[in-house]
Ligand binder design. Structure first.
Ligand code: NAD
Length: 291
């Protein structure tokens, strides 16, 4: 079997995969590859799949499969897998890092002190304690965020179109959830239904001064609408790990907007998670190629 490691995984992975056959990171060999391992960067479009005539399996180290043309892969008999369960804790911790850093003014404190200022009076903090966290989507990652938010004394509510019961959050209709939340954390996949779901109409139903954190997908929000809400003060801050594209274009209005706190899509990129992703990839290969 010939395996292409197309994106960034734990450095130990090539050696761990050698028992299955030849392992390469040379994308020029795509035409002879049987298994391709991708994360977010490689886009398995129809054109990509057509240039890999020997391809039998695509494994995405991560959750969303929006960078794989699944119907086309299926039509070509190519199996598509992800490592969905691996990343929940890693992404939840990053969502919580944004939820803690923004109201505690960590980034402004650091940036202003680095610039030689002492903004002790200007940098007023807000506590999470007794505030309401609204989760947009309460699947694996949303649930891990709920568990951690409760440790801070937050009241956790959620809207999820496909979940009727949760032991970790009070489920509400979308309009009620956004109207009650002081903080909103986005954990839905990108689908036709969720695309640009956070737009001017939905933001208008939120509390004034709400803080939104997005570790789901960049296109779940409408960038221009979020920037307008930040400018008007309706939205106090937007913390995001996810973008319309990786990286966002220089023209992205979010890059220069006030009160946007940014990370470069590192939700799944903890050292521990990359090892867990490697473990699951090996399990998938063992299951399909044992013997
Ligand atoms: P999951 O499938 O366990 O949970 C997603 C939840 O969203 C489900 O409960 C689903 O019912 C809900 N949902 C779907 N459509 C909805 C809609 N229209 N309205 C409301 N809720 C809806 O997935 P997960 O493991 O929790 O991951 C969630 C998302 O996080 C992934 O799809 C991916 O986009 C994103 N993610 C980001 C990173 C990162 O690096 N920032 C890493 C991994 C995953």
């Amino acid at each position: 079997m010939k395996i292409l490691i197309s994106d960034a995984f734990d450095p130990s992975l090539p050696d761990r995969l050698k028992k299955f056959g030849e392992v390469t990171e040379d994308k020029g060999q795509l035409s002879t590859i049987e298994v391709v391992l991708i994360r977010s960067k490689t886009k398995c479009t129809q054109e990509y799949i057509d240039s890999a005539p020997a391809l039998k399996m695509i494994i995405r180290g991560g959750v969303g499969l929006d960078n794989v043309d699944q119907p086309y892969a299926k039509s070509r008999g190519i199996k598509v897998f992800n490592t969905a369960a691996a990343s929940s804790v890693a992404v939840a911790e990053l969502a919580c890092a944004h939820l803690i850093a923004i109201p505690n003014r960590l980034i402004e404190g650091h940036v202003t002190m680095s610039a030689g200022k002492w903004d002790k009076k200007q940098l007023k903090r807000t506590e999470l304690f007794k505030k309401t966290l609204g989760l947009l989507g309460i699947g694996r990652i949303g649930t891990e965020v709920a568990i951690r938010a409760k440790a801070f004394g937050m009241h956790v509510i959620a809207y999820d179109k496909y979940v009727q019961k949760s032991d970790h959050a009070k489920l509400l209709p979308l309009d009620d959830m956004v109207a009650q939340a002081d903080f909103i954390s986005i954990h839905t996949p990108l689908t036709d239904e969720t695309k640009a779901m956070v737009n001017t109409a939905l933001i208008a139903k939120m509390k004034d001064g709400v803080i939104i954190v997005n570790t789901g997908r960049g296109k779940v929000i409408n960038d221009a609408d979020v920037v307008a809400a930040l400018a008007s003060g309706k939205l106090r801050a937007y913390g995001t790990d996810v973008w319309e594209s990786d990286p966002p274009p220089d023209t992205s209005p979010l890059l220069k907007a006030p009160n946007v706190f940014m990370t470069p899509h590192i939700g799944a990129s903890s050292k521990e998670n990359l090892l867990r992703i490697g473990d699951i990839i090996i399990e998938i290969l063992e299951e399909h190629y044992s013997g």
